[in-house]
Design a protein around this ligand. Structure first.
Ligand SMILES: CC(C)(COP(=O)(O)OP(=O)(O)OC[C@H]1O[C@@H](n2cnc3c(N)ncnc32)[C@H](O)[C@@H]1OP(=O)(O)O)[C@@H](O)C(=O)NCCC(=O)NCCS
Length: 185
């Protein structure tokens, strides 16, 4: 997922909306189209439904209000992670994409912040994700938001590329800054 970004003029005001089941017909095809463009391993519709049926409230979309075209989306989940003692409530950013003509305007940053704020509202302890080590825009974005590299995953993807697992410790950040609402912004 390292397609080179080409910038274009941004619509003056974008609409950011939270996914809900009633919107599936209207928006799922655009979500799939946007995400599959940059994927080395395309997902079936069941993968999208797995996330959106259970955690639709952790999916945010950026729309051009004039054309109602989707230009960005983030898809996540939130589950109890039993292998930690005590178990932690772990958010996971599964998919993130912004249309190549609208990159470098802060759209992904806004989408990820909205998803993380929704996870904080649901008392998440941490947020994790994997990204290809060669995906510089994604690595920079997440590290700017406070994510740390927790593990290198050798030859993680089908194309043979390695990945980093990144983690954002929400509760530790809360202890440090004394306010859960003020994780790195
Ligand atoms: C990775 C990806 C989602 C980033 O999307 P984006 O919308 O371009 O990201 P942002 O605009 O929020 O951040 C990119 C840069 O724009 C800058 N930026 C942020 N707000 C800005 C603004 N208002 N105006 C101008 N630039 C801005 C940021 O500082 C950032 O620069 P830096 O990361 O070099 O510091 C996008 O490149 C993409 O869709 N790639 C393909 C799919 C992919 O790789 N997904 C991630 C899988 S883990």
């Amino acid at each position: 997922m390292t397609e080179e970004a080409k910038s274009t003029e941004l619509p003056s005001e974008l609409r950011y909306i939270q996914y809900e089941h009633a919107l599936e017909k209207q928006y799922l095809p655009s979500i799939r189209a946007l995400i599959s463009k940059d994927l080395s391993e395309p997902y079936s519709i069941y993968v999208y439904r797995y996330f959106l049926y259970q955690w639709g409230d952790l999916c945010y979309m950026a729309l051009d209000p004039k054309t109602n075209t989707m230009i960005g989306v983030v898809v996540c989940k939130l589950e109890t992670h039993q292998s930690h003692s005590p178990p932690t409530l772990r958010g996971y950013i599964a998919m993130l994409a912004v249309s190549s003509t609208h990159r470098n305007h802060g759209i992904a940053t806004t989408l990820v912040r909205k998803a993380i704020d929704a996870m904080i509202a649901r008392n998440a302890d941490e947020v994790v994700l994997e990204t290809e080590e060669t995906n510089i825009p994604a690595m920079k974005l997440y590290e700017r938001l406070g994510f740390l590299r927790s593990k290198k995953l050798h030859r993680y993807y089908l194309n043979g590329n390695s990945a980093y697992r990144l983690v954002l410790h929400l509760k530790r950040t809360q202890d440090m800054v004394g306010d859960v609402g003020s994780w790195v912004r």
